[in-house]
Design a protein. Structure first.
Length: 262
């Protein structure tokens, strides 16, 4: 079921979706007499590809997800305001965001950009909170190496003490991570580190398991530009990636709602 869900999700991503519409339109144009339908599909596929590949629409889709929780600039203050003892030993839970394992590369080059940003933020908070510990979460899915294993290697490279790093290597999606981590944490103080766009869905799933962590979003991809950049007038793959991230999260929220994980 998990694999089927992950595969089906990709059909709704901008590039497969637009190409699918375009190919279907070409089939109608070249292999049938339904020319008007073929032209309509080609037109809509092209328009959708241009819109999703523009830097005008993609930030509009992703921005509302990223802006729900501010970055955790002062973790100690936030913990105290939340009634938690920052002088204790809060857990900093870092969720995996993808890897491509290759022993020929250093560990940091094997992490996806999202995973690398999350580990860096986790270690930053770990260094800012004496006595804290890192829980790195991510199992093996399409790659044979668990995400948490490579994340731990990078965390140690960044200065995390091995005895302060705990791995969770069984989970395969966010809902699974929330369920497993809830059992490990047993209502201990928790700071949750994940991408800003992923944070709303992650917090909902963790709340469903009885955990209410302090959000520490990272890996921001939208924001107010410092000045006008004429290159944003051109559609490009970067904007498609932003749209893909947004669609992935909205689909995940919809799936959680359908499954009753609100």
């Amino acid at each position: 079921m998990l694999m089927l869900k992950k595969i089906l999700t990709h059909f709704f991503y901008p590039l497969p979706l637009c190409l699918g519409i375009l190919v279907l339109g070409l089939v109608f144009l070249w292999a049938t007499k339904r020319q008007r339908l073929g032209k309509a599909l080609v037109t809509w596929g092209t328009v959708l590809l241009v819109l999703l590949g523009s830097h005008f629409l993609s930030p509009v889709l992703l921005g509302p997800l990223e802006s729900q929780y501010p970055p955790l600039l002062n973790a100690e203050t936030v913990l105290r305001e939340g009634g938690r003892d920052a002088a204790g030993s809060p857990w900093i839970v870092v969720l995996g965001g993808g890897i491509v394992s290759d022993p020929a590369l250093p560990p940091n080059s094997q992490l996806a950009l999202a995973s690398l940003a999350r580990v860096v933020e986790g270690v930053r908070l770990y260094r800012a909170l004496p006595g804290s510990r890192l829980l790195l979460s991510g199992g093996a899915c399409f790659d044979p190496v668990p995400e948490a294993v490579l994340m731990a290697q990078v965390a140690r490279l960044l200065g995390a003490a091995p005895q302060d790093v705990v791995l969770e290597t069984e989970s395969r999606d966010t809902a699974n991570q929330a369920a497993i981590i809830a059992k490990i944490m047993d209502r201990q103080p928790v700071i949750l580190v994940t991408s800003a766009a992923h944070m709303p869905r992650a917090l909902r799933l963790f709340a469903n398991q009885g955990l209410h962590p302090v959000p520490a979003p990272t890996d921001y991809k939208t924001g107010e530009p410092a000045g006008f950049n004429p290159l944003i007038l051109f559609p490009d793959s970067g904007a498609l990636c932003l749209a893909q991230d947004a669609i992935h999260e909205y689909l995940g929220l919809a799936w959680a709602w359908v499954r009753g994980r609100r």
